[in-house]
Every structure is written in C-alpha cells, then in structure tokens.
Design a protein around this ligand. Structure first.
Ligand code: COA
Length: 397
C-alpha cells in the first residue's frame, strides 16, 4: 500500500483556564470546548464543508462524564458534522492530542480518509489528575514501578536527583524565560490569533474566555526563589517551575496533500515522521529524548536540521535535560519555544500536543526559511512523543 503526504491546514484552541472554581471554564463542559474548536476550524476554512470531514479523533486522559462516551463521536454530532462523519477517542495522557493527530494522519496516509479533525481536551477542574484512576495493586506490590512514578511532580524531583548538576536556580531561570517569552509573544499579538473566544458562565456572570489565565508575565527570579516545594520537603520543583493545572481544548485540521490541492486550501506544514518511545516511569520527563532520536532517525534528519522546537514544558528540569542532551542553549535557545511554553500558558494534559502544533504553524509562517520543526512532549508513566514537520509556508513552496 502506498502512503500519501499528510498536511496540517489549520490549528486553534480555546484559551487555557485555571482548573477549579476560580477558572473561567468551571461551569463549562469539556465536550462543549471541543465543539467550539471543531466549529472554529471549519469557520476558518470555508472550502472544507462539514460533510467532507470523514474522521474526528480526540484525546483525553480521563474518558468519563463530559469527556466520556467516545468524545470523537459525541463532539462530531454536537458540532453539527453529518452522521456519516466517524469519530473515536484516544488516550496517551499528556500526548492524547498528539496521538489523535498522528492516528488521523496515519489514516489519511493510508487512504482510509482524506480529511480529518483531531485534537485533545482536558478539563482538569472536572477531572483532577488520576482522581478516578484505580491503578493495579501489582504496580507497587511487585515493584513494577517506583511509587513516585504516579505523581508527576515527584518524577521531576527524581530528574533533579539523576542530574544533580541541574540546580533549582537553573530550573527557575528556565521557567522565568518561558514566562518572559510568552509575555512578549502575547503583547505582540502572536497568541491571540490561535484562540477561539468562548462565552462562558462564571460566578461573575457571562464572560468571554479569550485569554489564557495561567501566564505570570511579572515573574522574577526573586519571586520564584521562595516558592514552596509541594512534591518533596526541601525539593526543587515548585508551582513556578512546573506547568499548572488547567482546562482547555486544542485541535487541528488535517488532509492529504492531494485534497488540499484539489480544494485550493493552503497547507501550512507536512508531517514528515513521528515516533513514541518509553522510558522508566519514575523519570517520565526523559521521554522526549528517545522519541526525538527515533523520529529523527525515521525522518533521516539530525537535530541540526531542525530549526524550531516546540517542547512541552511539563516541568522546567525536564526541559533543561532535553536541552543538554541535544546541545541546545538554556534557558533561551532561539530555536526552542520562542513564544514560551506550558510553564506560562498551562498544560491541560491531552490538549497540549495540539497547542504545540498551533505555535509551530504560526512560527513557520514567521520564519519561512526554517524548513523543519518538531513538536515533542513527555507523557505520564514514562513515554515521549515527537512529530517532525516540514514548513510549507517558505519560499518556493
Ligand atoms: C505545582 C502545583 C501543585 C501548584 O499548584 P497550586 O498550588 O494550585 O498553584 P498556584 O498557581 O496556586 O501557585 C501556588 C503559589 O505559587 C505562586 N506562584 C506560582 N507561579 C509563580 C510565579 N511564576 N512567580 C511567583 N509566584 C508564583 C502563586 O502565587 C501561589 O502563591 P500563593 O499560595 O501565595 O497564592 C500544580 O500546579 C501542579 O501539580 N503542577 C504540575 C501539573 C502536572 O503534573 N501536570 C502533568 C505533567 S506530566
């Protein structure tokens, strides 16, 4: 069977709210956030009529209540896609949205469909991490995993143990840069165009959620210094150098290159290769390293070929380790997260993979001479995922 080129045509997301009663999505359903993203992708791309969308795949870490009942199918119906549009849900925790995209892309590549919507959502307010999980007692009884593997912040403390030369100050410095880069990007209007505003009911009444709630543009090293270390007494991981607990949805529109040409749609980036890889669960933050090596090998590229890297910032320490592995300058390599990352914007688990893709899509537009970029992230219980993309917005394309 021959494979076909798959292109990303568009990407957008809701604003990311803070999880919990103070967050603007507290009274909003997760599936309604997904519907908002689907409808926005279609609104922005009128050449793609709803009946052309053959597949709708969504990732969520907790698949119950407003994130249950096969979200890919329910959201297709709720969004007004025709009954003929198929839909399914996938789960790879933080890489749920990324997995939705690579699954949909694989379908397109094999000719199972021409056009698909894929994305991820996580309402961490409605579904606190792991709250309803029931891990098999064998995990701990038979020492299959270290107990710390089940608490993501503890896995980040473990990384500090593994790399004692990475100090708390280095992690804080990385976090401060993420906030600064995000603040600059937001002030320059880079982020707003990715967002679909959503009118939501809050205790202040109806408001428009059109800006991320998490960023802290005034972050300073001094402010980060004294923060508590919730995962270990006298630890190094703090609320300032970790991603937050958030609500949000993000999605992308994918199609075959041929279909894009036929419809006259501008393809923004082509999927070159992707890979997932496992690591020890208690140091899950290492995941992007083997995933990236594997994806580069499949693509026949090296890190020197990659001009833009969108790395999900679950924890600052994990990003510093990634930078050291691949020879990137910390905390401010110009190729890495030029508009900041999850430490600033937040990390509604399964949605983050598609947020990274939205950033890369717009960054490619601003840097037309960059040919290749990547989106990469770590995953709970010890995995990493990396997707390599080619810029189709450059000269001569
Ligand atoms: C770290 C964590 C426990 C903190 O949760 P929290 O206590 O609700 O976080 P908050 O936003 O309320 O911040 C706590 C404090 O730090 C302060 N703070 C946070 N970021 C700061 C910054 N950049 N500069 C200064 N102060 C900051 C807050 O002001 C707050 O102070 P207060 O208690 O005086 O109000 C939570 O964000 C977490 O679990 N993150 C990791 C999520 C995760 O594991 N994701 C999956 C990854 S694989």
């Amino acid at each position: 069977m021959n494979t076909r080129d798959v292109v990303l045509v568009d990407a957008c997301r809701t604003a990311f709210g803070k999880a919990g009663e103070k967050g603007f999505f507290w009274h909003t359903r997760a599936d309604d956030m997904v519907v908002k993203v689907i409808r926005e992708l279609l609104r922005r791309n009128p050449q793609v009529r709803p009946e052309m969308v053959e597949e709708n795949i969504w990732g969520a870490t907790t698949q119950e209540k407003d994130q249950g009942l096969t979200l890919g199918r329910t959201s297709a119906i709720l969004a007004g896609l025709p009954v003929e549009t198929a839909g399914c849900s996938v789960d790879r925790m933080c890489a749920g949205g990324m997995t939705a995209v690579t699954t949909a892309a694989s379908e397109i590549a094999l000719g199972a469909c021409d056009i698909a919507i894929a994305g991820g959502v996580e309402h961490m307010g409605h579904h606190p991490m792991g709250a309803t999980a029931d891990p098999n007692p064998r995990f701990l009884a038979e020492k299959l995993v270290d107990p710390s593997a089940l608490v993501m912040g503890s896995t980040a403390e473990n990384l500090h143990d593994l790399y004692p030369e990475i100090t708390k100050e280095m992690a804080d410095e990385y976090a401060m840069w993420s906030q600064k880069k995000a603040a600059k990007a937001m002030a320059e209007g880079k982020i707003q165009r990715m967002l679909v505003p959503m009118t939501v009911y809050t205790k202040e009444g109806w408001v428009v959620a059109d800006r991320d709630q998490q960023p802290r543009p005034d972050t300073t090293m001094e402010g980060l210094k004294g923060l508590r270390t919730p995962f270990r007494i006298q630890g190094k991981v703090t609320p300032g150098n970790a991603s937050g607990l958030n609500d949000g949805a993000a999605g992308v529109l994918l199609m075959s290159m041929d279909k894009a040409k036929e419809l006259g749609v501008r393809p923004r980036m082509r999927m070159v290769a992707y890979a997932y890889a496992g690591v020890r669960p208690e140091v899950m933050g290492l995941g992007p390293i083997p995933a990236t090596k594997k994806a580069l090998k499949i693509a026949g590229l090296t890190m020197d070929d990659i001009g833009l890297i969108e790395l999900n910032e679950a924890f600052a320490v994990q990003c510093v380790v990634f930078c050291r592995e691949f020879g990137l300058k910390t905390p401010d390599d110009p190729r890495l997260n030029p508009w900041g990352g999850a430490i600033a914007y937040g990390h509604p688990l399964a949605s983050s993979g598609c947020r990274l893709m939205a950033h890369l899509m717009y960054l490619f537009e601003e840097r037309p001479h960059v040919r290749y970029g990547m989106t990469t992230m770590c995953v709970g219980l010890g995995q990493g995922g990396t997707v390599i993309w080619e810029n189709l917005q450059g000269p001569g394309v």
